[in-house]
Design a protein around this ligand. Structure first.
Ligand code: NAP
Length: 285
């Protein structure tokens, strides 16, 4: 039976660290600010952005809520994001995704000033990650790495299997694992014999978006399982991408859904915002 990697608990510890960093910045007259941009009124997006704004308030980060109608034109949104990028009281810019159909999301993301890209999604941030240069990293992959740190396992030489190759999760987490000297295999919808590949892994990161795609009996005894998936069941309730109960019987460590990676994503957004504010303050000095 495995140990639960409790994302809520670890996120609280991260938030406490961020609150201390924010207090130090405030003592020097700098109030870290995060612009939270929501376009349209998608109910799930409203919930996500609301929880991020509440988390900001808890650690002393000022959030500037930008609410724009669903029929906003790409050019206007790009201009707004650039304006936010030019403001000295805004240290981070978060554009809640997905954007409504008809808006060119790539153009909007690329309008985010690289030093304020607290979601780590611009091509510059992703390129810096690939090149191993300092920069802001995407929040969910950062949260996953922090959870892995909690296990105390050395990742050097470990076999890590990442399911999913999105820019948001799969690709960046694979690069961060590589940075920690894991031997990384990336799987996707065309991968053959997923079961055997997963069965070889010391670390499994599942970011696919298919309920319980990863069967518990695929998991190697003693592996670490990080379940990123959030899948809403038709009858209500959430499940991850991994069959939790049977995987738990074999893994050494496993994240629950909910309460695993989700809270870490918000905590790392706060950490990135505080880091961006600290970097901007150093540059201004
Ligand atoms: P995405 O952009 O839809 O990417 C899904 C990936 O899974 C793709 O690379 C796809 O392969 C791969 N895939 C699909 N079916 C597969 C299969 N049968 N076998 C192997 N791979 C398969 O999703 P995402 O944004 O990365 O998110 C993935 C999941 O994580 C979702 O459930 C999302 O809600 C969740 N999520 C959670 C958090 C959090 O904070 N907890 C944050 C972000 C995302 P192809 O590239 O070949 O299509």
């Amino acid at each position: 039976m495995s140990t639960i990697l409790d994302g809520k608990l670890v996120a609280q510890a991260v938030q406490a660290e961020v609150a201390r960093a924010v207090a130090a910045l405030r003592a020097r007259g700098v109030v870290p600010g995060l612009a939270t941009v929501l376009v349209g009124d998608d109910p799930a997006s409203r919930v996500y952005i609301g929880s991020k704004e509440r988390a900001c308030a808890q650690v002393g980060i000022r959030s500037l809520g930008e609410r724009l109608p669903a029929d906003t034109r790409t050019a206007d949104l790009v201009a707004r994001v650039r304006e936010l990028g030019a403001r000295s009281d805004v240290h981070g810019i978060l554009v809640q995704l997905p954007l409504p159909a008809g808006i060119d999301a790539d153009a909007v993301i690329e309008a985010i000033a690289p030093g304020k890209d607290v979601d780590g999604l611009t091509a510059i941030s992703q390129g810096r990650l690939l090149a191993g240069r300092p920069g802001l990293r995407p929040c969910t992959p950062l949260g996953i790495m922090r959870l892995l740190r909690e296990t105390g396992r050395d990742l050097a030489g470990a076999r890590a299997v990442v399911l999913g190759r999105s820019l948001l999760v799969g690709k960046p987490v694979a690069l961060l694992l590589l940075e920690q000297h894991a031997t990384v295999t990336m799987c996707h919808s065309r991968t053959r014999d997923l079961a055997a590949t997963v069965g070889d892994a010391d670390v499994v990161v599942a970011a696919v978006g298919h309920p319980e795609l990863v069967r518990g009996d695929w998991i190697k005894e003693g592996a670490i399982v990080i379940d990123v998936g959030i899948n809403r069941l038709p009858g209500g309730g959430l499940v991850g991408d991994v069959e939790f109960a049977s995987a738990r019987a074999r893994a050494a460590w496993i994240t629950p859904v909910p309460g695993g990676v989700g809270p870490m994503t918000v905590a790392m957004l706060l950490a990135n915002t505080a880091a961006a504010a600290a970097a901007a303050t150093r540059e201004a000095a």
